[in-house]
Write a new protein. Structure first.
Length: 426
């Protein structure tokens, strides 16, 4: 019975070989094992280098390329033990399945910059087969050490050297960037439809790709970058040099070597507006202005904490021609934007009011009512001599002593239009 079965199988096999030859391809013979052969491994290595896999995974899949905030120790994983984690079918699908978000080490941190590109429809099936064989060959036998890795870097594939091919290695980052206000910005001067390219801010992508692993091959905006603050800011100012940023050069913040990235986070902002590094504008300013943060916790304060007022309502952090980065020419003009009833002109002007609102008020917060810098009557006595009725002994029921407030009588202290209001009476 066995002999008769063999006789049926052999003619069938011969028929399949003849059929395959007629269609233009040949089937492997039973004695020629292609999978795992040295020829297939060498072809797979050529495919590995052809598609630039070594740029992220290291020479011969040795790994070690930095991938900030990835759960694999902040580096791209080595492929040395790939076959122990994936069988042949799973490995093929993993290669061509497209971008996959790398797991973050810190969930609140940035997205790791390097991720798998989409090779579906790009890599040929025969190349994929050879590549799988090569990756499987990297796994050492039990008890053996991985094969030594050559230190000579292969040349970077030509298709990775174009300026706008960042998505090959940074597919997830570039995809997320499509929701960024800068995406589609008019920066190439070729029309509004031109998409912003990474090279606009980061510099020559070709130089970066050809010198992979060299952190100075591209302009980075992190604190670890070797670029100076001026170099980083120049990338932003090539577009943002007008409008409210017209006075940036020479401003207080610029002279303190403050970088744009200290306040703004372009790739993954923490705020829904203005691309701030923190959730709100106040939190951004409080990174440096700790004293103002403390003042705003006082009992009398502007409605900063309630979200009705923000720092930029009075100050332009990018610089102005006025003192204290004020948006208006004077302190009073700033205050009059909201307190228009105090503007005047009045028939009877109160000199310290007309001079500067800060003579009596602290806009960032006070422990005295009405944001006063000193409580009344001491506030008034800083200018008015103490030999008048206010400091004389009085009964507790006297109008001069009630609540110890000069404004019991002088209620129109900011100015009066009454013909008899020379004493700022009502």
């Amino acid at each position: 019975m066995v002999i008769s079965l063999i006789k049926k199988i052999i003619p069938f096999s011969m028929a399949m070989i003849v059929f395959g030859m007629l269609l233009g391809f040949t089937l492997p013979s039973f004695n020629n094992k292609l999978v795992g052969s040295e020829e297939a491994v060498e072809r797979g290595k050529l495919v590995f280098n052809k598609y630039g896999c070594f740029v992220c995974h290291g020479n011969e899949g040795s790994g070690g390329v930095k991938n900030k905030n990835s759960s694999t120790g902040g580096v791209v994983t080595a492929l040395t033990f790939t076959s122990r984690a994936f069988n042949e079918t799973a490995l093929r699908e993993r290669i061509i399945q497209g971008p996959k978000v790398v797991v973050k080490a810190d969930l609140k941190g940035p997205t790791p910059p390097l991720s798998m590109p989409n090779w579906r429809g790009v890599i040929m099936d025969s190349e994929l087969t050879d590549l799988v064989v090569f990756l499987q060959s990297l796994t050492p036998e039990e008890g053996e050490e991985p094969k030594p890795v050559s230190k000579d870097r292969p040349p970077v594939p030509e298709f990775m050297l174009a300026n706008n091919n960042c998505k090959i290695c940074h597919s997830v980052v570039t995809e997320n960037f499509k929701t960024n206000p800068h995406y589609g910005g008019h920066v190439t001067k070729n029309g509004d439809s031109e998409e912003i390219v990474c090279a606009t801010c980061h510099g020559d992508g070709k130089n970066h790709a050809s010198r992979y692993g060299d952190p100075d091959a591209i302009l980075r905006f992190t604190k670890e970058s070797s670029a100076s603050v001026q170099e980083k800011n120049a990338a932003c100012l090539q577009c943002h040099e007008k409008g409210i940023r017209l006075y940036w050069k020479g401003s207080t913040h610029e002279s303190k070597d403050l970088a744009c990235m200290d306040c703004h986070k372009i790739m993954e902002p923490a705020s829904p507006q203005r691309l701030f590094t923190k959730g709100t504008e106040l939190e951004v300013c409080f990174q440096c202005h700790q004293q103002r943060k403390a003042q705003m916790q006082r009992s009398s304060h502007m409605p900063f904490r309630e979200g009705k007022v923000k720092c930029s309502d009075c100050h332009n952090p990018h610089g102005t021609a006025n003192e204290k980065l004020l948006t208006e020419a004077t302190v009073n003009e700033n205050c009059y934007k909201c307190h228009a009833d105090k503007r005047g002109p009045f028939l009877w002007e109160h000199p310290p009011v007309a001079e500067n609102c800060l003579n009596c008020h602290d806009p960032h917060g006070s422990n005295h009512e009405k944001l006063l810098v000193v409580d009344r009557p001491r506030l008034c006595q800083r200018c008015h001599i103490e030999s008048r009725h206010m400091t004389q002994p009085q009964l507790a029921t006297a109008r001069f002593a009630f609540n110890r407030s000069c404004q019991n009588c002088h209620s129109q202290i900011h100015g009066s239009n009454s013909p008899s209001g020379v004493r700022f009476h009502r």
